[in-house]
Design a binder for this molecule. Structure first.
Ligand SMILES: [Zn+2]
Ligand SMILES: [Zn+2]
Length: 264
């Protein structure tokens, strides 16, 4: 009887061990695919002013912003073989048309999901999202969305904007829409909130039209913060993108339309 009990206990321990081992093996790798951008990258895709990216982490697929229009977004996603039905949440950084313009057409295709948006989005906008059948999650302060995905919380320098944080074993991946609250402030906020180094900073850095010395100060501040890799595009501007490419060297990642960034 005692032996039988021990056998049963051992079997439970072995079974639990196997589960843990499987869990460790399937630790989420992250893939970010840029599906909408004014910066070109992959042939055969349409470029237009705006930004959107699909973040795949574990079994989740999140659409970060929606670009400026639905037809371009959906056509690019189709060419990149990402079915809208695979997306299980939408994250809207801020209420500018080049980031929200594709939402309505996207939700018309697929709305069984949550839309994470700054709580200051107009009530009419939030109502329209609900009417499409999606669930609205209004974001205020820094918070966990689900799994290893977080919001910096809504930051404001005139325009309310939240940025996405993916907490990975390599460090943080931070994705910005336009970085209106300032890319350095956003990076600092993400770093402080998660108490981890930034592995990759990507998205629009909003440096178009800035003087070279201002861009240089931004680069110095981000390097001081220890940002390992950068992938600026959209409203960063050609001049700033070139300066980031020179400053980060092999750790600069091209991130125009159709670019795929994978975390091993
Ligand atoms: Zn904007
Ligand atoms: Zn923008």
């Amino acid at each position: 009887m005692k032996r039988l009990l021990w056998m049963a206990i051992s079997l439970v321990i072995i079974a639990q061990g196997a589960r843990t081992a499987t869990g460790a093996e399937t630790k989420p790798a992250v893939r970010v695919t840029v599906v909408y951008n004014n910066v070109p990258h992959k042939a055969g895709l349409s470029t237009a002013w705006g930004f959107a990216a699909v973040v795949e982490s574990g079994s989740d697929a999140l659409l970060f912003d929606t670009g400026g229009d639905g037809p371009t977004l959906l056509a690019n996603m189709k060419r990149l073989e990402i079915a809208p039905e695979r997306i299980n949440s939408v994250f809207l950084s801020h209420n500018h048309g080049d980031h929200t313009g594709g939402l309505n057409d996207f939700l018309a295709r697929h709305a069984k999901l949550a839309v994470y948006l700054p709580k200051t989005f107009p009530a009419s906008f939030q109502r329209a999202v609900k009417r499409r059948g999606a669930r609205v999650v209004a974001i205020d302060g820094p918070q966990r969305l689900f799994a290893n995905l977080y919001s910096t919380g809504v930051m404001s320098e005139g325009i309310d904007e939240q940025s996405l944080i993916i907490d990975t074993s390599k460090g943080l991946i931070v994705i910005t829409g336009c970085a209106h609250p300032d890319i350095v402030k956003i990076a600092e906020a993400a770093h402080i909130y998660r108490n981890k180094e930034i592995y990759l900073l990507m998205g629009g850095f909003h440096l178009r039209g800035r003087r070279a010395d201002q861009i240089d100060a931004t680069i110095k501040a981000l390097r001081k913060l220890g940002v390992r890799k950068v992938a600026p595009s959209h409203c960063t501007g050609d001049e700033a993108i070139a300066m980031f490419r020179a400053a980060w060297g092999k750790d600069f990642l091209e991130s125009g339309c159709g670019a795929v960034i994978e975390l091993p």
